[in-house]
Design a protein around this ligand. Structure first.
Ligand code: SF4
Length: 334
């Protein structure tokens, strides 16, 4: 029996690709890559992949590729898509790792849920061809959903897979996949297209701002998913929670050295000041905290601030809330 490694996002297309292979008697191991830029929560995505692996009783390996992926995002050889999505280099990274895994587990080819023409950057015919070549996997990547549009791959030529039973789907419509899912009794696929924040224009602006400043951490990337972001200077940002849930997440993501600010005795947002903790920046962060509180129209508001790593560093500042005109020039994205 032929064995394949399938890239499984947990979305519908890759799930169907695995199902089509199992139907042909191929032994499948699935590989799920996580990055900090998944639109579903990191845990959520892996959970979907886990559900699929359990449903089909196939072994699953989950790999967090955030570190290498960030290096790709910093300078992609093949450039970005419409936003900050380096899709071609991303696929090359994933396929390179999948190739290593294929060799490790003694599989003979790789299966993906890619559909010709579904994504403008990485799923064009020429891009897919280049990806096959540059990943040194020519003839070894089978895309069962669109196979009829491509030259037969090695697994088809060798008869491990029956080409006649592969599909000829293309384009952005997901209707055929949804219909196929129904015939397989697959109903629970909450992340149908898979998702990546780097395709989002607002998130990409924030990420670009981070890239322009040079050094950053995974924690900085996680913060980009939350709140409103303001850049005060090259080293310093203010991040404002938009609701209670975000306030709590900001508190848990704050690092030693960050300053946390919130209005005193008046409901408002939790604000993080990260970077140069100097008087001018503290004042601006405090005025921003006052702006996003019930005291925004008062002449003065009390703002309490403390260092994340020093609970006894609490101080109170009485300050004029910032106006929208004052803070707008500092706003990044969204
Ligand atoms: S959308 Fe994001 S995860 Fe998907 S290929 Fe592009 S960069 Fe990679």
């Amino acid at each position: 029996m032929a064995k394949a490694v399938a890239l499984l996002s947990g979305g519908l297309d890759s799930t169907l690709a695995v199902r089509l292979m199992l139907e042909q008697g191929v032994e499948v191991e699935v590989l799920h890559f996580l990055t900090v830029f998944c639109t579903c929560s990191t845990r959520g995505c892996a959970l979907e992949a886990r559900k699929v692996s359990e449903k089909f009783a196939v072994p699953l390996k989950v790999v967090d590729i955030t570190k290498s992926f960030i290096e790709v995002v910093k300078s992609p050889k093949h450039g970005y898509g419409k936003n900050l999505n380096p899709c071609i280099d991303c696929r090359l990274l994933m396929l390179g790792l999948a190739k290593e895994y294929m060799e490790e587990v003694g599989a003979s080819f790789i299966v993906t849920g890619e559909v010709l023409g579904q994504r403008p950057m990485s799923q064009r015919r020429d891009a897919l061809k280049m990806i096959d070549r540059d990943s040194k996997l020519e003839g070894l990547i089978l895309r069962p959903l669109s196979a009829k549009f491509f030259e037969p791959t090695i697994p088809e030529k060798k008869g491990w897979v029956d080409r006649e039973k592969l599909l000829g789907l293309s384009g952005r419509s997901r209707k055929p996949q949804i219909a196929l899912a129904r015939t397989y009794g697959l109903e629970d696929y909450p992340c149908p297209a898979g998702g990546c924040l780097l395709t989002d224009p607002g998130f990409s602006k924030r990420m670009r701002d981070l890239l322009e400043q040079g050094d950053f951490s995974i924690n900085d990337c996680l913060l980009l998913k939350l709140g409103r972001h303001f850049r005060l200077d090259r080293a310093t940002k203010v991040i404002v929670g938009r609701n209670e849930e975000e306030n709590q997440s900001l508190e848990s993501l704050a690092r030693p050295g960050d300053l946390l600010l919130e209005t005193f005795e008046v409901p408002g947002a939790l604000v993080i000041l990260r970077g140069e903790i100097k008087e001018g920046n503290i004042n601006m962060a405090a005025r921003t905290a006052a702006r996003y509180s019930k005291a925004k129209d008062e002449p003065l508001a009390k703002v309490v601030f403390r260092r994340k790593d020093a609970e006894n560093s609490r101080q109170v500042l009485e300050i004029k809330p910032a106006s929208d005109e004052e803070i707008r020039p500092f706003l990044i994205g969204l």
